[in-house]
Design a protein around this ligand. Structure first.
Ligand code: GAL
Length: 893
């Protein structure tokens, strides 16, 4: 709803009088993920179809960069024009009004033209028979079904993301809903979404990572079936990584009274926090969609939440009800404060706990409850000190963070909370305490998980502004949509305690345009400050230097790779620190170290970091990268070198490693592959050796030691085969078949212990690590015999099942690629399989898959509405089969 007038009422904190039960909310937020019909492509055999395009695209040139962090175009190709489009088919003017609530200047808001684009399109017609379309449930990513293609570049993951997809669903809306406001909330659709209801174009949103709402009310039939139709149009060459395709996040039908709390209509801040008390400021925007002016009362109570997000105990604070007049078709804002005594603070583990609260706002009209709205939040202070880094609730916290893209490996971009939680659990086990949502707004549930688990989040909006990186990326719509996308992003996410900073962009081309780039940055910074003045802005800079006016526009200086040094250039933290003594610096993107799990090449570099290349970590025949964890992209560095840069410059706030998990697309250095090599964890979720390098450094109090490589090298008898150890101890002794190979101590700025002259002989390698002279941890690797068995384990996870190929004695066969076949019985299904091999083009849905260096993964889901015992069996020729039972129980909300 667009506002012309704004009423702000300020009401003071008052103690609660009597504890009344929270009324039942008339608001309904219904998941409508199930039972959709889907087809790919526009109808071709219908005379009236003239095509629908969001906008005309002029011819674009494809520039591929020699190295991504470089900015020098190496290849030019022409792609993507649709200039011959019939202008009548351009629908942008009907879509733009959807974003009006996020445009500050009323003069810039859009007016919907006459007409109903799409009304001649057969798929839009309410009576169209879609029974031959595919039945699907959301979240849905049409591209993950493949097939992989070996033609073209690997940047977007070699899966068929490009093209048009149509979704249809019948919604039953009953006469009892008549008079209500009805909204469709889409958490994310890739991309250029257009929505029709009952044949009428409702609106849409182009940016595929945005969450958005359309108001269905004017088009609803309150007496039965309503046909909802969504068309997506995902351009080719539109991303530097795998974007996914389809309605890949959750979708909701929201029914409210005409007078209700607006979309993302609460804004909660905690300006004063002490052990004795915290002040909670709350702004509540109430919309009045009705034809009458109205007066409502707005009251809020605050409750503690338990670790699962359940409300506990009586209200701990509250704001007494005040009266708020709201003109018809307008909105008004109620502003108030409450005090929480002895607040339980939100903070990152292991030293702090992510305690949370919820503010429950009740809106009454003429004494009747018209809305009850919940705002979960946390109370914490975050300080960014230019000389000492980040302080959360007064405690110094080094950002031990990772960057991650949004895909979930074999599940594609289709969001799944359990899969995202698994990613965060493995990261937390490593000692990671911070996430960067590279390079776009994440799924809302990811931030809920971050709140719940205590991660600190750098919440990022864009990868490009006006200056493109790929021909058909966001730059095409930046001019029209950046304000709406940025305001929507901040408004959606600003109540999350996990979000500690806003990143307005990653390595944007505007770094190269000095004053004019700085002007764009300033505009974006101002938008963020208007929406949330409590958190700092930043941008991830790989090129801008201290004196570039672009650099000065943000509150925190985020450096990509420059801190530890790009390509032999010495690290630049000191230069930036000197230029910006009042701003905190941090490594917004670090390392870009590359490896394939379980792959090792020889000889091993004697340096602590080397650019990957022929004879430098690359296995050019197999398109794999050595997991000695010393090799990095040309502009990057090993983890070790980044740790040293941090320790040398203790004023730096910490780092975000590129990347936590492997992701689909951008398979540097082997463009012919499907997925990245930069993850600390592979695409299937198996830990690379690098996991233990970070764990050793990030969890110094956790006793651990890890040996690499594996010890099954029949072809290396008598050859030098370096052995490296990652340990949280400070010293270690290595033994080969019981014989000591020496005790070594870590020197200054050393993060691994190396025995670089070990001569291979089969048997057992054992390490005993020490800390402060005391025995601390051990690890052992054994030479494996012939692969004999499949070991199958569902670990703690019900859904992610690991198969390990072992010899007869149970030793993992670290180099084997046996073909594994999965069978399933009982109330479950195999959703996907993977092995973490970046070069594998096997469809993710296949029940047959080769192990990769001894490991294979199956992702199993219980069938909806069924319970019982699922039996998953893994078989391979010549090996003893493995079986696991998984019990699935019905979940009742
Ligand atoms: C960075 C960029 C990331 C990714 C990475 C590849 O420069 O910000 O998005 O492309 O390089 O290693």
């Amino acid at each position: 709803m667009v506002t012309s007038c704004l009423v702000v009422l300020v009401f003071a904190a008052m103690p609660l009088t009597a504890a009344e039960p929270i009324p039942v909310s008339p608001r309904e937020r219904i998941s409508i993920d199930d039972d959709w019909r889907f087809t790919k492509g526009d109808p071709t055999n219908h005379e009236s179809f003239q095509g629908l395009v969001y906008d005309v695209r002029r011819g674009q040139t494809l520039r591929r960069f020699a190295a991504e962090a470089d900015g020098n175009a190496a290849i030019n190709e022409s792609v993507g024009a649709n200039e011959s489009t019939n202008p009548a088919a351009v629908i942008k003017q009907w879509i733009l009004p959807t974003g009006n609530d996020f445009i500050k200047d009323p003069a810039r808001r859009f007016i919907r033209p006459e007409g109903n684009p799409g009304d001649g399109v057969v798929y839009v017609q309410p009576d169209f028979d879609d029974s031959s379309w595919q039945k699907i449930n959301l979240p849905h990513d049409w591209a993950i079904a493949g097939p992989f293609t070996s033609s073209g570049g690997g940047g977007m993951g070699r899966l068929p993301t490009a093209g048009v997809g149509w979704y249809r669903k019948s919604l039953t809306i009953s006469p009892e809903d008549s008079g209500k406001s009805i909204f469709l909330d889409v958490d994310g659709a890739m991309s250029y979404a257009t929505v029709w209801l009952n044949g009428q174009l409702v609106g849409g949103w182009p940016f595929g990572y945005a969450s958005w709402r359309v108001n269905l009310t004017p088009f609803v039939k309150f007496d039965g079936q309503n046909e909802l139709v969504i068309r997506l149009d995902n351009p080719p060459n539109s991303s530097r990584w795998y974007p996914g395709a389809g309605i890949y996040r959750n979708v909701w039908l929201v029914k409210t009274s005409p007078v209700h709390v607006g979309h993302w209509g609460t804004y909660l801040t905690t300006p004063e926090v002490s052990p004795a008390a915290a002040t909670v400021n709350l702004k509540v925007t109430v919309d009045n969609d009705s034809k009458q002016n109205s007066i409502v009362s707005v009251a809020t109570e605050v409750f503690s939440l338990d670790a699962n997000g359940e409300k506990i105990g009586p209200a701990v604070a509250g704001v007494a009800s005040v009266s708020l007049p709201i003109p018809s078709q307008d909105h008004a804002v109620a502003e108030g404060a409450a005090t929480v005594v002895h607040p339980k603070l939100w903070g990152p583990p292991p030293t702090q706990k992510p305690n949370r609260y919820v503010a429950i706002t009740t809106v009454r009209q003429e004494g009747k409850v018209v809305d009850v709205y919940e705002t979960p939040f946390g109370i914490r202070t975050v300080k960014f000190d230019p000389n000492h880094g980040v302080f959360v609730n007064g405690e110094h916290i080094l950002l031990n963070g990772v960057c991650d893209h949004h895909d979930l490996g074999a599940l594609g971009a289709a969001f799944n909370t359990r899969a995202a939680q698994r990613q965060l659990e493995v990261l937390q086990e490593m000692g990671c305490n911070a996430l960067r949502t590279s390079h776009n707004p994440p799924a809302p549930e990811l931030l809920e998980l971050a709140d719940q688990m205590g991660f600190l989040v750098m919440d990022e909006s864009f990868d490009v502004w006006f200056r493109r990186k790929t021909p058909l990326d966001f730059h095409l719509i930046f001019a029209d949509w950046h304000e709406q996308d940025l305001r929507a992003h901040v408004r959606r996410d600003r109540n999350h305690p996990s979000v500690i900073m806003w990143s307005i962009g990653n390595e944007v081309g505007e770094q190269f345009t000095f004053a004019s780039g700085a002007a764009v940055a300033k505009e974006l910074v101002n938008i963020v400050r208007e929406e949330d003045p409590t958190r700092p802005t930043t941008t991830a800079m790989n090129w801008a230097q201290p004196t570039n006016p672009f650099t000065a526009t943000v509150d925190l200086i985020g450096l990509n790779y420059q801190g530890a040094g790009i390509r032999g250039v010495p690290g630049k933290y000191p230069a930036f620190h000197e230029q910006f003594p009042d701003k905190m610096l941090f490594g917004s993107e670090t390392a870009s170290a590359l490896s394939s799990r379980g792959e090792y090449t020889f000889p091993v570099t004697t340096n602590n970091s080397a650019a990957v290349g022929p004879n430098s970590g690359e296995d050019q025949a197999r398109h794999q990268v050595s997991a000695y964890e010393l090799y990095a992209a040309a502009f990057g560095t090993s983890a070790d070198k980044v740790f040293a840069a941090q320790e040398n410059n203790p004023y730096v706030g910490g780092e975000f490693v590129w990347t936590g998990w492997d992701y689909l697309g951008e398979p540097t250095p082997f463009d012919s592959s499907r997925s990245s090599y930069s993850g600390i964890i592979d695409l299937a979720g198996f830990k690379k050796d690098r996991f233990y390098l970070y764990q050793a450094h990030w969890r110094p109090d956790f006793p651990m030691a890890h040996i690499l490589p594996h010890w099954t090298w029949p072809e290396r008898l008598g050859q030098v085969t370096p052995v490296h150890v990652f340990t949280s101890g400070d010293e270690a002794e290595l033994f080969l078949n019981g014989k000591s190979l020496g005790r070594k101590k870590k020197g200054a700025y050393e993060y691994r212990l190396r025995w670089d002259d070990v001569v291979y002989q089969p048997g057992t390698l054992k390490v005993v690590a020490y800390k402060n002279g005391q025995r601390w941890a051990t690890d052992e690797v054994k030479t494996a015999g012939e692969p004999a068995e499949l070991k199958i384990a569902d670990g703690k996870d019900l859904s992610f099942v690991t198969v390990t190929v072992t010899d007869k004695k149970g030793v993992k066969a670290p180099r084997t690629g046996n073909r594994i076949h999965f069978d399933i019985t009982g109330p479950g299904e195999i959703v996907a399989t993977d092995n973490g091999d970046p070069t594998s083009f096997e469809p993710f849905q296949s029940h047959d898959r080769n192990a990769f260096n001894g490991l294979c993964l199956a992702i199993v889901r219980g069938k909806p509405g069924e319970q019982g015992k699922i039996k998953l069996t893994a078989k391979a020729d010549g090996l003893a089969a493995g079986t696991v039972s998984i019990r699935t129980t019905l979940h009742v909300d």
